[in-house]
Design a protein around this ligand. Structure first.
Ligand SMILES: NC(=O)c1ccc[n+]([C@@H]2O[C@H](COP(=O)([O-])OP(=O)(O)OC[C@H]3O[C@@H](n4cnc5c(N)ncnc54)[C@H](OP(=O)(O)O)[C@@H]3O)[C@@H](O)[C@H]2O)c1
Length: 428
């Protein structure tokens, strides 16, 4: 196509964008910004520590590689993308960028889960934007949907499979009946789990994401640590056999329900029907379901991580900011409530015991449950196990967590129990 001087003169100037952090996601963002797809955006700076070793010849010559953050701050870049990760120094960096009135796009879940409301407030006072669409569920555009397409509804519930590592491990045990340790090693070998995967396995990662979803969708301010997180480490291959008897499978579910000023929130392994949206999520995919008063239930499914899918979410945020469309987060900051937090969900329960076999076990457990006014729904025992380590399952009719807890404490002291009882909510 022939471009005349007049075309050039009438084309609006591109929005100048600086990138902080040239790692997995930063590199993919740079690739998208430099491939000519978005001429309205111009990459001006790439900041990274020890930047010399990061330089790539596919980055245009006009882009400045730097390890001097102050030079980015004083530059003419209008939007700064933070992809360094973690809290230190990312928090200080983001605050300083907003202080000078530049807008920020970040994928940093720790930062937003801990400081999101404060940073949104700071952005609002400086008349700039803070967008974090990639911080939950990577490339799945659930946060933008909460800010735009769903902001007309009154949402009361959000639930999701938010941690790809846990989902990979659980769906691997489900499909191959391998032990937990083997599934974890496999996830580490494939790069889906870090060497120290505690944040993923014990629910820390997912509850930070749930806190962000609660802020964006339920307009509630909740500290991640105040959300109960249960580990998936105790889930055994045999639990998938028993779950299958109940037409269920097991997934790490993060759920938040806003009811009469209380936020019920919990992260951890749950039984879910095998043919439900949660039960069908395989490998390291993410799924988020929202429940609204008017719009009912919505589902968002896709790649929750990975450089390229996450970079799409980042660049989309940058485009929204550049087009002056990103008002949702800022509006949310002035309307957030601080509810009381509880994990006292009411649901049916799955209790799995490993016992040294002896007469009278079921009678004693049944008596404890009856003493606490808890109703048994079913009792499952598969044949073929050693008497010295016998797994069996009791399911309970719906009751609150707080009703069940004292009974579990009583059961923990029984002499025939050789492992702590695994207690999982059944979420339908
Ligand atoms: N990866 C994903 O799939 C994914 C998905 C969703 C969200 N996120 C979020 O996206 C962000 C970036 O993740 P990532 O996977 O791209 O991380 P990464 O690969 O570790 O990249 C981080 C980059 O920042 C640089 N850096 C770290 N500390 C620095 C400092 N103090 N000063 C200057 N540069 C520094 C690192 O340099 P070095 O090379 O020297 O370490 C590296 O190039 C994180 O907040 C993460 O939670 C990632």
């Amino acid at each position: 196509m022939h471009v005349t001087m007049k075309d050039h003169a009438s084309r609006p100037a591109a929005t100048r964008v600086a990138l902080l952090g040239f790692g997995t996601v930063g590199r993919s963002v740079a690739k998208i910004l430099c491939d000519g797809t978005h001429p309205s955006l111009q990459l001006t700076h790439i900041f990274n520590r020890n930047v010399q070793r990061k330089k790539q010849d596919w980055i245009p010559k006009h882009v400045i590689w730097t390890e001097d953050f102050d030079s980015v701050l004083s530059s003419d870049a209008e939007i700064v993308i933070e992809l360094i990760g973690g809290l230190n120094p990312a928090e200080q960096i983001v605050r300083r960028v907003l202080e000078v009135g530049k807008s920020v796009v970040t994928a940093n879940k720790q930062l937003i889960a801990r400081c999101g409301p404060d940073l949104l407030q700071l952005a609002a006072t400086k008349a700039c934007r803070l967008e974090f669409g990639a911080s939950v569920a990577g490339g799945v555009p659930v946060l933008p949907a909460l800010h735009t397409g769903l902001c007309g509804d009154r949402l009361h519930g959000i639930a999701g499979i938010l941690n790809g590592t846990c989902n990979y491990i659980l769906s691997r045990i489900e499909n191959a009946r391998v032990p937990f340790s083997e599934a974890l090693e496999e996830a580490q070998a494939r790069g889906y789990a870090e060497a120290d995967a505690s944040e993923d396995l014990d629910g820390g990662d997912a509850r930070a994401k749930l806190a962000i979803l609660a802020l964006a969708g339920l307009r509630t301010r909740v500290a991640p640590e105040s959300i109960r997180a249960r580990s998936i480490r105790a889930v055994d291959a045999v639990d998938f056999d028993y779950a299958a008897e109940l037409a269920c499978t097991i997934r790490q579910i993060s759920r938040a329900d806003l009811k009469s000023g209380t936020l019920l929130a919990d992260v951890g392994p749950c039984l879910v029907p095998s043919d439900s949206p949660f039960g069908r999520v395989q490998r390291n995919l993410n799924l988020v379901l929202t429940s609204g008063e008017y719009g009912g239930d919505m589902a968002f499914l896709g790649a929750g991580a990975g450089g390229d899918p996450t970079a799409v979410a980042v660049v989309s945020d940058v485009m929204f900011v550049a087009q002056g469309l990103a008002g949702g987060n800022q509006a949310a900051s002035s309307q957030v409530s601080t509810p009381s937090i509880s994990s006292d969900f009411e649901n049916p329960w799955y209790l799995r015991f490993f016992v040294r076999d002896q007469p009278g076990i079921v009678a004693r457990l049944a008596q404890i449950l009856a003493d606490h006014r808890l109703n048994i729904d079913s009792l499952l025992q598969k044949p073929g196990f050693e008497k010295s380590s016998l797994p069996f399952v009791i399911t309970l009719e719906p009751c609150r967590d707080s009703q069940l807890h004292p009974a579990l404490e009583k059961m923990a002291g029984l002499e025939f129990a050789i492992r702590p009882c695994l207690c999982l909510p059944i979420v339908r």
